[in-house]
Write a protein that binds this ligand. Structure first.
Ligand code: SAM
Length: 279
C-alpha cells in the first residue's frame, strides 16, 4: 500500500458517517487520477483527447493496447492471426449494417479505398444476405496511395502502396453480376467531381479507408452535405493524433459541418466508428 493510499484510508475512517465529506473526497481522488493519467500521456495524445472530447461532448480515450503480432503476413502464424483480427473487424461492421437497415436509414453504401475489395465485398454480402436493396459505390485509384503528406502523415505510408488493378477488384466483387455496384476508378481529388459521384446522395454508410490525410480530407468534403441523419461513418486508419492522417482530416472537417453531430459508437485498434446526426 502506498503512503498516499494509507493516508486516504485513514481519512476515510475519520470521516466515517459524514457522507458529504466522503463524497467530496471521492471527487478529489477522481480528479487526482485524471490528472495523473493526463500527465502520463504524450503531448500529441493529450491534444487529440482534448479535440475529440470537444467534438463529441465527452472524453473518448485512446486505446492503451493494440492487437499486434510479431509474425508477419505470409507466414502461417501471421496469416492465422490476421484472419482472426479480420473476423473481429468484419463482425463489427456487419453489426453496424444490420442496425442501419433495421433503423431504415436511407442511402447508399460507399467505400473510399477499395483495394482488392475485401471489406466492400463483406458489406455487399451482408446487405444481400438480409434481402435488402442498396446502391454500393467503391472509389479507388487502383494505383495505390497518393503521395503521403510529409507534415500530416506518419512515416511508413508509401506512395503506390496497395496498388492493384480495377480488373482484380471487379472480379473479386463480382461486379458484372451486381448492377447495384459501381466501382469508380481515379484519384479522389478528381473522381469525386465526376457526374456519377456527384449524383450520389444520400449516403447511409461511408467507409474511409484511404489511410492518409489528403484523400481523407477530400472524401469528407464530399460527404459534408450527403450524409443521412443516422448515417454510419467509419475510419479504418485512425492515428489518434489531431495533426495526422484520417484523425486530422476529421477534426478539421468537423468545423465546417456545424449541421452535423457525431455520436461515438466505438473504436477497435485503428478503426473508429461514428453515427452521424443532423442537428
Ligand atoms: C488500405 S487500402 C484499402 C483496403 C480495402 N478497404 C480493403 O478492404 O482491403 C487503401 C486504398 O486507398 C486507395 N487510395 C489511397 N489514396 C488514394 C487517392 N488519393 N485516390 C484514390 N484512391 C486512393 C489505394 O489505392 C488503396 O487501394
Amino acid at each position: 500500500m502506498t503512503k498516499e493510499t494509507e493516508a486516504e484510508e485513514k481519512l476515510r475512517a475519520l470521516l466515517a458517517g459524514n457522507s458529504a465529506a466522503l463524497a467530496a473526497l471521492d471527487e478529489l481522488v477522481k480528479d487526482r487520477e485524471a490528472e495523473r493519467y493526463e500527465g502520463q500521456l504524450w503531448p500529441h495524445v493529450r491534444e487529440y483527447n482534448r479535440d475529440i472530447a470537444a467534438i463529441l461532448g465527452h472524453a473518448c480515450a485512446v486505446p492503451t493496447h493494440f492487437l499486434h503480432t510479431s509474425w508477419s503476413l505470409g507466414t502461417p502464424t501471421g496469416d492465422l492471426h490476421n484472419r482472426y483480427l479480420d473476423k473481429v473487424f468484419v463482425s463489427v461492421e456487419e453489426g453496424l449494417i444490420e442496425d442501419l437497415l433495421a433503423r431504415g436509414i436511407d442511402g447508399s453504401i460507399v467505400e473510399f479505398g477499395v483495394f482488392k475489395g475485401f471489406m466492400l465485398g463483406k458489406l455487399l454480402d451482408k446487405v444481400e444476405s438480409l434481402g435488402a436493396r442498396r446502391r454500393f459505390y467503391g472509389f479507388d485509384s487502383f494505383e495505390g496511395l497518393s503521395r503521403p503528406s510529409t507534415e500530416h502523415d506518419y512515416e511508413g505510408w508509401q506512395e503506390g502502396q496497395f496498388k492493384t488493378t480495377f480488373e482484380i477488384a471487379a472480379a473479386n466483387l463480382r461486379l458484372s453480376e451486381r448492377p447495384h455496384l459501381s466501382l469508380i476508378k481515379g484519384w479522389l481529388n478528381d473522381s469525386l467531381k465526376g457526374p456519377e459521384a456527384q449524383a450520389i446522395r444520400p449516403v447511409a454508410y461511408a467507409r474511409i479507408d484511404v489511410d492518409i490525410y489528403e484523400p481523407a480530407r477530400d472524401c469528407l468534403a464530399f460527404l459534408s452535405d450527403r450524409l443521412a441523419d443516422g448515417a454510419i461513418l467509419v475510419f479504418d486508419d485512425w492515428p489518434y493524433a489531431s495533426q495526422k492522417g484520417e484523425s486530422k482530416a476529421f477534426i478539421d472537417w468537423v468545423k465546417t459541418v456545424p449541421h452535423l453531430r457525431f455520436e461515438w459508437i466505438g473504436q477497435c485498434s485503428a478503426r473508429i466508428y461514428f453515427r452521424v446526426h443532423h442537428r
